[in-house]
Design a protein around this ligand. Structure first.
Ligand code: C2E
Ligand code: MG
Ligand code: MG
Ligand code: MG
Length: 280
């Protein structure tokens, strides 16, 4: 921020702030038409079941191909969508698209979609999910919702009841980025999560920092005791995969296993190597 030390400095920073505010407004307006302009798309990153050695599903990750600015990452446009309320429209689009994709992939494959806290502000999200599953004729257990810990302690009081309704439907819920929020293990008791996803920061450092390794091992043991699944995010090296295999982690995700890919690329892979997804 500008230090009010001299007129020149203030002027410079104000101009800068103006520019970024203008930029943001422009992006916001562009985002409003992005859905209709067909500029949004999903990429899918695989989950590998370590023991079975097969792909069990994919996480859907949203991308925006802006006509002038090029590819914009979700870290830039999701916060704008959240602040403006556009996230409701985006979120519905993501759900419908993910369900349509599920209908073309084998029954053993699940798709996980990310949710923002704000989406739990709108109870109609439930109806959207029910309708999307029905329209695509997809079984609810193949759809997973990823939420972060911070969502559970946010001001959106209806989150737990919507989550419970989703679980009643058969949709599964994963706790994303585990360990980065203001974790309270109480949430694991209050809500029947199907899966914990250990944040990539722990995986990145677990082979060099003993305290990280201790956390990873404990979370895996905790998940096992709770009889829920556990996924390690951000696995980039064979050594990391080996370590996670030794510690009995269920599933891994990361650039080592696969980068996020288009639905078309994945359909090709699923057709070419059906045994990798069908084999029990
Ligand atoms: P996330 O749900 O924790 O997703 C994991 C992020 O880590 C993704 O970034 C993914 O591309 C990246 N990643 C995967 N494997 C590796 C790896 O081996 N190394 C490293 N360094 N990174 C890896 P991405 O796609 O940029 O998404 C960032 C975040 O944006 C997501 O974090 C999620 O919170 C949010 N997001 C993405 N799509 C949606 C969406 O449809 N709705 C909402 N509400 N949020 C979304
Ligand atoms: Mg996620
Ligand atoms: Mg994550
Ligand atoms: Mg994240």
């Amino acid at each position: 921020r500008a230090k009010k030390s001299g007129p020149g400095t203030i002027c410079f920073f104000e101009a800068d702030d103006d520019k970024s505010a203008r930029d943001r407004r422009a992006l916001q307006q562009d985002l409003e038409r992005a859905i209709e302009a067909d500029e949004l798309f999903l990429v899918y990153q695989p989950f590998l079941d370590i023991r079975k050695g097969r792909i069990t599903g994919f996480e859907a990750l949203l991308r925006w191909q802006h006509p002038i600015r090029g590819l914009i990452p979700p870290s830039v446009f999701i916060p704008i969508a959240e602040e403006t309320g556009l996230i409701h429209q985006l979120g519905e689009w993501v759900i419908r698209r993910a369900c349509a994709t599920l209908s073309r992939w084998p029954d053993q494959i699940r798709i996980a979609v990310n949710f923002s806290a704000v989406q739990f502000h709108n109870v109609s999200i439930l109806q959207t999910i029910v309708q999307a599953l029905a329209d695509a004729n997809v079984s609810p257990h193949r759809l997973e919702i990823e939420i972060t810990e911070s969502m559970l302690i946010s001001k959106y009081g209806s989150a737990p009841s919507i989550l419970n309704a989703l679980l009643d439907l058969g949709v599964t819920v994963a706790l994303d980025d585990f360990g980065t929020g203001f974790s309270s293990l109480t949430y694991l008791r209050k809500l029947p999560f199907s899966r914990i996803k250990i944040d990539q920061s722990f995986i990145r450092d677990m082979l060099t920092q003993p305290d990280c390794a201790a956390i990873v091992k404990s979370v895996i043991a905790l998940a096992q005791d709770l009889q829920i699944g556990v996924v390690a995010e951000g696995v980039e090296t064979a050594d990391q995969l080996d370590y996670l295999r030794q510690t009995s982690c269920d599933e891994v995700q990361g650039y080592l296993i696969g980068r996020p890919m288009s639905a078309r690329e994945i359909s090709g892979l699923l057709d070419a190597r059906p045994q990798s997804v069908h084999a029990a």
